[in-house]
Ligand binder design. Structure first.
Ligand code: ADP
Length: 319
């Protein structure tokens, strides 16, 4: 039997290089491994937990799908869908809410961080977010969740929830584990000790779709305190396929002779080159193609979700 992989990316803004290096690149790489069955989705319900402009949401979702396709997600190899197209996720979430101790959710550091950042909108959805995420993962009986470091605690909670449900109602779900890349945490350009995040603002992120000019402008403005320089050098290492450029800059850095402007201009060029093909491919993806891909993904995901929910309804005594 194939091992199931599930992972998602929120439609809250442009995809940045942290999302790419921490998650999406891994998704693309995992596509060529026949031992896996892959589900990638856009958690639009999750994205409602932070204030947003409803009129922009459809554009953000379609844009993200185009990004994923242009970066190499192949709908023939992976099931790509939008969370809210599968209503069963919410039904499973309800089941899980009834087995999740409050105290487990109170431990979640992402909730604490987001609640501190959005004091004017600390909603219950934000609090229960990891339970919906457990439903997203376990619906497809996934054991592997390729994600960034910030999601590890949530995946551990999904294990707790799977165990509690299985103990109470009989074995139904596997206990999933996070799969990290070698770059689980890409740092912000403007605050060198924080992770790069869509919610950190445009200047703190390099977006995969940024033009070479914008990439250069953003990188030139990046902070260069001690940690900041380390972060930029680390990015050079990640984007330098030849490894020669990195070796050269690192040698200068170790000798105390590396000029920030050289570091920044080199990095900007490397990133712009890394996404040149992507930018061209993205241009060619039409709205019709996006709609067709999402419809295929919806049909496949829904069929499985319906099966899982039928099993859950019987096990919980509701049928
Ligand atoms: P964001 O935090 O930018 O809103 P999402 O919550 O949509 O991003 O996360 C999508 C994926 O990208 C998740 O697997 C997450 O762990 C990963 N990710 C997000 N930010 C980073 C980062 N700075 N470094 C590495 N991975 C990241």
């Amino acid at each position: 039997m194939k091992k199931v992989i599930v992972s998602g990316i929120q439609p809250t803004g442009e995809m940045h290089i942290g999302n790419y290096l921490g998650a999406v690149k891994n998704w693309v790489d995992l596509q060529n491994d026949a031992q896996y069955d892959r589900f990638f989705f856009i958690p639009d319900w999750h994205s409602m937990t932070i204030d947003y402009e409803p009129a922009t949401k459809q554009r953000l979702i379609k844009n993200l799908v185009r990004d994923l396709l242009a970066l190499g997600i192949d709908p023939k190899k992976s099931t790509l869908f939008v969370q809210s197209h599968i209503p069963e996720h919410l039904e499973l979430c309800w089941n899980f809410l009834t087995v999740t101790p409050m105290s487990e959710l109170e431990k979640m550091t992402q909730f604490k961080d987001k609640a501190a950042k959005h004091v004017e909108n600390v909603n219950v959805g934000l609090f229960t977010y990891p339970v919906l995420m457990a439903a997203d993962i376990l619906m497809y009986k996934s054991m592997i969740v390729p994600a960034g470091e910030d999601q590890v605690q949530h995946v551990e909670l999904a294990r707790v929830i799977a165990k509690k449900f299985n103990n109470k109602f009989g074995t139904t779900f596997p206990e999933p584990k996070a799969m990290l890349t070698e770059v689980p945490r890409v740092m912000s350009l403007t605050e060198s000790n924080k992770k790069m995040s869509k919610s950190g603002g445009d200047k703190s992120c390099v977006f995969v779709a940024d033009s070479p000019d914008i990439i250069a402008t953003k990188i030139r403005k990046a902070v260069t305190d001690e940690q900041g320089v380390q972060n930029l050098l680390e990015l050079v290492k990640l984007f330098d396929v030849s490894t020669l450029t990195y070796a050269h800059l690192k040698k200068d850095f170790d000798a105390g002779a590396l000029k920030n402007v050289e570091l920044k201009d080199t990095l900007a060029e490397l990133i712009a080159a890394a996404f040149a093909d992507f930018r061209n491919r993205k241009e060619e993806i039409s709205d019709a193609e996006v709609a067709a891909v999402l419809e295929t993904g919806r049909a496949r995901a829904r069929a499985i979700a319906q099966q899982t929910m039928e099993e859950v309804r019987i096990k919980t005594g509701l049928r």
